[in-house]
Design a protein around this ligand. Structure first.
Ligand code: TRP
Length: 351
């Protein structure tokens, strides 16, 4: 049986943060090591241009993401690792063909689009509106059926599935309907206690390259409550079908402090295990929690996981020629597959 394909990407906005790592990279690693899958992992540098950016920063951002990918364990022997811009001729071309089956209204009403409009009211471009269509092209150009990304990307995957269905029925194609490959850290809230962990919000994130003092300093700022009483913080329910909606409700119902505690507890569960978190829950309802101690232990646990990644990153930083070659090799492998799909679509569309 032919292997199933996987595609994922992260925008080239610089070093990866904990949300990228837990929501996307961990899933990428799991599927890379699964022999049933053929994996394509890209740096989504074209997507980076859909919001305000500096050309010099874009170049740097591409390199930072690549280094973090390699340091975290993405492996050129197992995955095609490439830059989206190296295949711009194919990805952007397919996105244009796809845009013929998507209405403007559908894209304007996406929550992800509305968020960006709020964030950059003066810079609502066609590229921004078209963001999900380009993302659909990224995925479907490899006929990928699994996409390891955070839960915030679900609305975009829905658009990709709609496009696949429309293209299939209109032009007799055979695109799969891609689904999300979820990880334990599919939603990592901001350390500020509001919204998700994001590169564009100062103080919201931990970088994979943060050292122990940096992690400690950032955790120290997470807002906390009195640490005792009836459980006031609320954790995100597992397996809830309406998770995405729930995050909205969860945000509005909670205070900054209780949201801060919820982030800490989630990180405790991920990095120190479920039992440790349950002990804290008991303390919360009993003698109370010392957040200072909790934060110190948590910082150490997080750093333990970052340490080997940072060591590997240093090794790659010292081999710039090798790192450049990675993208060349990846682009070649990706192009082989992407070309076939674009040719097929053009054929069926009569272009
Ligand atoms: N939109 C994704 C994000 O912000 C990045 C991305 C671009 C992507 N193209 C993709 C993710 C294709 C998965 C598949 O995280």
């Amino acid at each position: 049986m032919a292997k199933k394909r996987v595609l994922s990407g992260i925008r080239a906005t610089g070093r990866l943060h904990l949300g990228n790592y837990l929501g996307a990279v961990k899933g990428m690693l799991a599927l890379q090591d699964d022999p049933d899958y053929e994996t394509f992992y890209m740096i989504a540098d074209l997507h980076t241009t859909t919001t305000p950016f500096e050309p010099a920063e874009l170049k740097k951002g591409r390199r930072e993401v690549l280094l973090d990918y390699l340091a975290a364990g993405l492996d050129t022997e197992k995955s095609a690792i490439f830059a989206q811009s190296d295949l711009a001729d194919l990805h952007a071309q397919l996105a244009f063909y796809f845009s013929t089956v998507v209405s403007v209204a559908r894209l304007r009403h996406l929550p992800t689009f509305k968020d960006k409009v709020k964030q950059y009211p003066g810079q609502v471009t066609m590229a921004l509106l078209n963001y999900p269509v380009l993302m659909a092209a990224d995925i479907l150009i490899y006929k990928a059926s699994k996409v390891p990304v955070g839960i915030d990307q679900e609305p975009h995957l829905e658009v990709a599935r709609e496009i696949a269905r429309k293209m299939n029925s209109k032009y007799n194609l055979n695109f799969p309907e891609p689904t999300r490959f979820a990880t334990k850290g599919e939603h990592i809230p901001s350390l500020t206690g509001k919204g998700k962990m994001s590169k564009s919000v100062q103080g919201s994130y931990l970088n994979l390259t943060d050292d122990l003092p940096a992690i400690k300093a950032k955790l120290a700022k997470v807002p906390t409550d009195a640490g005792v009483g009836d459980l006031k913080y609320e954790n995100v329910p597992k397996g809830a079908a309406e998770k995405l909606k729930y995050f909205g409700v969860y945000e509005s119902k909670q205070t900054k402090e209780s949201r801060g505690v919820a982030v800490l507890m989630l990180l405790v569960e991920i990095f120190q295990g479920k039992e440790r978190k349950e002990e804290y829950d008991k303390q919360y309802e009993g003698e109370g929690i010392s957040y200072q101690k909790l934060k110190g232990e948590l910082a150490k646990a997080i750093f333990e996981e970052f340490k080997p990644i940072q060591k590997k990153r240093k090794e790659f930083e010292e081999k710039p020629e090798y790192v450049e070659k990675v993208l060349e090799k990846g682009a070649k492998a990706a192009r082989k597959v992407a070309e076939i799909t674009v040719r097929e679509v053009r054929d069926k569309m009569g272009i």
